[in-house]
Write a protein that binds this ligand. Sequence first.
Ligand code: NCD
Length: 316
Amino acid sequence: MSFTQAHLLGIEPLSPPEITAVLDLADQYVDLNRRNQKHAGALAGLTQINMFFENSTRTQASFELAGMRLGADVMNMAMQASSIRKGETLIDTATTLNAMHPDLLVVRHPQSGAVDLLAQKVNCAVINAGDGRHEHPTQALLDALTIRRAKGRLHRLTVAICGDIAHSRVARSNILLLGKMENRIRLVGPPTLMPARIADFGVEVCHDMESGLVGADVVMMLRLQRERMDGGFIPSEREYYFRYGLDADKLSHAAPDAIVMHPGPMNRGVEIDGEVADDPARSVIQEQVEMGVAVRMAAMDLLARNMRAAPDTVMA
Ligand code: NCD
């Protein structure tokens, strides 16, 4: 089998055949999810624990549903109310949970690198559901599946990733994935919201939407991540919307059949106009949510297969 990972910590370690393996299996789960009878047994008997140290609506719900549809026992740890608040370290929490013999740990954490660290301390498969500004691999995989289904391929496309790139783990994982699959990537946004040394990523950088969107097959909008900003990165939301908010006029510079994406949650009237977001002819934002469940089912299924094939090698 081409997917050989013990954990899913990021897109960085994945090979193109591994990415394709996840997407191919996810396609099958999309079909299952559209039936009335949505149960499959890939995770039957396994225990999945979701640990979200940061607020999440769709990602946590999506992982929960994915685990339940595959027959796992799914537990959500309320991390806000947990012992972390009483001073316990991340590692103490992890080793405590580890003693309960989970098979899959799904972790979101505000600090970059925290999920990798945790994976070294437990002997089950760990999935990164977003760590700081670092990676959000299942988001990039669900975006890739959405693009592949809408465009019929996942290579040689021009993808414009727009907005707050600097604070976005979604952008980082997407840049890695789309680059590995040989697409042309344009990052569009104000200089204050571009990461340092961005040219090292092998991408084009544009500071205005008109030139950034020209000929784009995919327009991916990002939320302004105010919770990660510690200063004035933009003059005002109004000014930002005027220059970088996606409306029908700016979208007219992209390819005529360009699709519009957003990982959610959206700030309508800040990075995207509500009418563009809701336009069924252009927006695939709801499809992204649908693909999210299928991709998470596929990722957990593949990790569980590797666990069964080599039960002793999962321990990092
Ligand atoms: C993203 C995240 O949490 O990184 N959202 C998500 O997973 N659906 C993007 C965001 O919060 O803007």
